[in-house]
Each structure stands twice: as structure tokens, then as C-alpha cells.
Design a protein around this ligand. Structure first.
Ligand code: TRP
Length: 452
């Protein structure tokens, strides 16, 4: 056990975990989800879900990962020997590879836009030209594949360097810069005329907007954004030290992740409003609308390069975390070297990522259950596998694991005092979180469609 890698510093462990959580989910998905779901009302429910469902599931994954210092399959085999519980880990591993595949496609778009921004091609167009540019790029027969492949190579390079020299170092370097870039943007966005309208949209809840659909969208967003349900956070926790405080780390991760989502909203909505654009633009918001806005600002070149660099940093610290799930599994359960495990992970993602990258062009007619491969991977992993995994981890820690084991983890082997939050936390882990997740899950399967 002694030769197994760990994050070197407590801060490094937090930077890596926050790096996993903070990603496209915060900067790209959160603003457009909030935009299409009515702003303030969505935000309110989202924050409720982060604290009442998200933190309990994070703590559950932390307990399993840090308590065993193993990959997810090894951890479940150790905690539930002789049972079939470890089969759940195979679902998590499959889902992580699916998410990695379609997520890398969007990361590929980001690298393309970063490249275009640097070479100065992102300015001097009309609004219609930006739409045509994005549409032309995503449906191009090979360009999206090229950038997806390039992104996965960078991902490979970081992972190949291992936990300390790769993941921890990159996170320590990129996360502070990411916060800094966000702050620069916000200061700028807030000085724009009309910024107040953007802030009102985001922060003033219009309670008439609250509907089951908005509530469920907010819960799904919380899951995706916190990286929970797939054993991603579990795998990182297996590299924590026995002295790292789990409850505190869980709170820090949830608070920082939510903060970045809020900061992204504070950065994007004032800009959108002050230029008279619609917040409901959906997934295209970042790629079609923002470049057009940037070019109208003084120093537009600088802003667009900075923005896509920010997205790049946020996304790579997330893809390395998804990849680490299967890498740790291949290394420990199949006795592969780190190099070989990373190659297998990247190889799978290259094949499926390339197919997903073509889903908007050559393969747009290739559908399974009426969905392109990109949409199918997104739907099956986010709406089915994440909630199922979340229920499992909360249930497993709430009801199944040995009480002594749980106590040892929550108190760091008796070295820290029992927090006043312990009781409400256990209530959420045992009852509240699983029931709420079941509701999302049923919705994900479309069972409520008739009612909404
Ligand atoms: N949380 C990341 C984001 O917001 C994405 C992510 C990383 C993720 N690891 C995950 C999502 C595991 C689900 C499961 O972009």
C-alpha cells in the first residue's frame, strides 16, 4: 500500500478535486441552463441541491475512496467482500469513458476557438457569420475530430505524468489562474452599461418560473457540475491522506464549485444583457454569441483569447479526473503499468470521441434510439448512470458500511471532534439524497413527462 500515490499537500488535494468539479459544467452549461430555465428561480433550487444532495454524495464518495485507498472496483470489493456490489463500479467506469468521449468533443471545439482567437480569426464578422462559422466547423468532415484528438493527447500527457507530477501540479497551476481570469472578466463585465439587468436576471428569483422541470434541470446540473455519481470524486479521495478532513473538503469543493458557476453567470449575463442579446441561446451561447460580443469591446482580441484559455484550463482539469477512474482501475485490478493504463483509456476515448465529434456532420444520420452518438452518450451517462451511481453511493455509506469504518473516516480515526453537522449530514445521506435522486432518475427516464 505504501507505494500507492497520494496528493502531496492538502491544498493540492483540494485544487485537484475542485479542478475536477469546475469545468464546462460551470462556465458553459450553467449559464445556458440558467438562461433557458428562467435565471433566479433555477439558481435557488440549484443551490439547494448542491448543499442537500451534493454534499452528502460527495462525503459518501470521499468515505469509500479515502477509507480504502483503492480504485472504485477494489474499494467495493474490500468493503462488500463476496457480494456483487462491485458490479456498480463497472457502470461508473463505462459511464466515465462515455462522458470523456463526448466531453472531449466540446473541449476540441474550445481548442479550435482558442486557436482561432489567437490567430485573430474571431473578429470582424457579423452575428450571422458567427453562427455560420460554428455550424460549419462542427459539421466539418474532419476538423472537429482533429481537435478532439489533439485535446486527448494533451490529456494523455498530463495523466501519464501521474498523480503528483501530472494531476496535482497542473491543478495547482491552473486553478488559481482560472479564478484570476474570472475575476478580471467580472470586474470588466460589471462596468458595462446595463450590467444591472443581467444581475437581476440571475439573482432575482421569479417564483412563477418554478416548475418541476426547472427543479429537475437544476438537480441534474448540480450532479454534473460536482462530478458526483461516477466515482470520480471517490477515485480522487483515494489519493487523499488519512489526515485530510473529509467533511471540510467536501464543503470547500461544493462552495468553490458553486462560486465558479455564479461567477460565470456574473461574467456572462451582464455582457449578454448590455448588448441586447437573449440569455436563452442555449449551448451555442459561448461559441456564437460571446465571440461577437468580444469583438465589439475594446481589447476584444485579448478578451477572446483569455476566455477560451479559461475554458481550456477548466475543462482539462475535469477530463483528467474522469480518465483517472478507469486508469486506476486498469492499473490496480488488471496490473497494468501507468503508461499502459493511460494508453488504453486514451485509445478508447479516441475511438468514441472521434465518432462523437462526427455526430454533427458525417454521422448526424447515424442514430440509436433516435439520438446521435454524442446525444446518446450525454443522455445515458448524465440522466441515467449518474443518478443511479449517486443513489448507490449514498445508500452504501448510509446503510451498508460498517459503523466503525464510517466513524473512523468522518473523524479521521478519532483525531478530530464529531462535527455538529454529522447528524443532519447522515440524515441527508440516508434518506433525503436517495429520495431526491430517485425523483431525478424517474424524470430522466421520461416517466413524469405526462405530468409536466
Ligand atoms: N464536473 C465537471 C464539469 O462541471 C465534469 C465532470 C468531471 C464530471 N468529472 C465528472 C461529471 C464525473 C460527471 C461525473 O464540467
Amino acid at each position: 500500500m505504501s507505494e500507492r500515490a497520494q496528493f502531496v499537500t492538502r491544498l493540492g488535494a483540494i485544487a485537484a478535486t475542485v479542478g475536477s468539479a469546475v469545468g464546462l459544467g460551470n462556465i458553459w452549461r450553467f449559464p445556458y441552463e440558467a438562461g433557458v430555465n428562467g435565471g433566479g428561480a433555477f439558481l435557488l433550487i440549484y443551490i439547494g441541491c448542491v448543499f442537500l444532495v451534493g454534499i452528502p454524495v460527495i462525503v459518501s464518495e470521499f468515505v469509500i475512496g479515502r477509507g480504502t485507498h483503492k480504485n472504485v472496483a477494489g474499494a467495493l470489493k474490500q468493503l462488500a467482500p463476496g457480494t456483487k456490489w462491485h458490479w456498480v463500479s463497472y457502470m461508473g467506469i463505462a459511464a466515465s469513458l462515455m462522458i470523456l468521449s463526448f466531453y472531449s468533443v466540446v473541449c476540441g471545439w474550445i481548442v479550435e476557438y482558442l486557436f482561432q482567437a489567437i490567430t485573430g480569426n474571431l473578429s470582424g464578422h457579423s452575428a450571422g457569420e458567427y453562427s455560420a462559422m460554428f455550424g460549419g466547423f462542427v459539421s466539418h468532415p474532419w476538423r472537429p475530430v482533429l481537435w478532439t484528438v489533439l485535446f486527448l493527447c494533451i490529456n494523455f500527457w498530463v495523466l501519464r505524468r501521474g498523480i503528483k507530477r501530472g494531476i496535482e501540479k497542473v491543478s495547482n497551476f491552473m486553478m488559481p489562474i482560472l479564478f484570476l481570469i474570472l475575476l478580471v472578466f467580472i470586474v470588466y463585465a460589471l462596468t458595462l452599461p446595463g450590467a444591472a439587468d443581467g444581475l437581476k436576471f440571475l439573482f432575482l428569483p421569479d417564483f412563477s418560473q418554478i416548475s418541476p422541470k426547472v427543479a429537475i434541470g437544476a438537480m441534474g446540473q448540480a450532479f454534473f457540475s460536482l462530478s458526483i455519481g461516477l466515482s470520480c470524486i471517490l477515485t480522487y479521495a483515494s489519493y487523499f491522506k488519512d489526515s485530510d478532513p473529509l467533511m471540510r473538503n467536501a464543503t470547500v469543493v461544493a462552495v468553490l464549485d458553486t462560486l465558479v458557476a455564479l461567477l460565470s453567470g456574473i461574467m456572462i449575463f451582464p455582457v449578454v444583457f448590455s448588448f441586447g442579446m437573449q440569455p436563452e441561446a442555449g449551448p451555442k451561447l459561448v461559441f456564437e454569441i460571446l465571440p461577437n460580443i468580444f469583438q465589439q469591446l475594446p481589447g476584444g482580441y485579448f478578451w477572446s483569447v483569455l476566455f477560451f484559455l479559461l475554458l481550456f484550463f477548466a475543462s482539462i482539469t475535469s477530463t483528467i479526473s474522469m480518465s483517472e477512474i478507469s486508469i486506476s482501475f486498469f492499473m490496480e485490478e488488471h496490473k497494468m503499468s501507468r503508461k499502459k493504463a493511460t494508453s488504453v483509456n486514451t485509445g478508447i476515448a479516441l475511438v468514441f470521441g472521434s465518432l462523437c465529434a462526427l455526430s454533427f456532420g458525417v454521422l448526424s444520420d447515424f442514430t440509436i434510439f433516435g439520438k446521435t452518438l454524442f446525444d446518446l452518450f450525454d443522455y445515458a451517462s448524465s440522466n441515467i448512470m449518474l443518478p443511479l451511481g449517486g443513489i448507490f453511493f449514498a445508500w452504501f455509506v448510509g446503510w451498508y458500511v460498517d459503523k466503525r469504518f464510517l466513524d473512523d473516516q468522518l473523524t479521521n480515526f478519532g483525531t478530530s471532534t464529531v462535527s455538529v453537522w454529522r447528524k443532519p449530514l447522515m440524515f441527508c445521506i440516508r434518506y433525503f439524497a436517495p429520495s431526491v435522486i430517485i425523483i431525478i432518475f424517474l424524470y430522466g427516464l421520461g416517466l413524469f413527462d405526462a405530468l409536466l
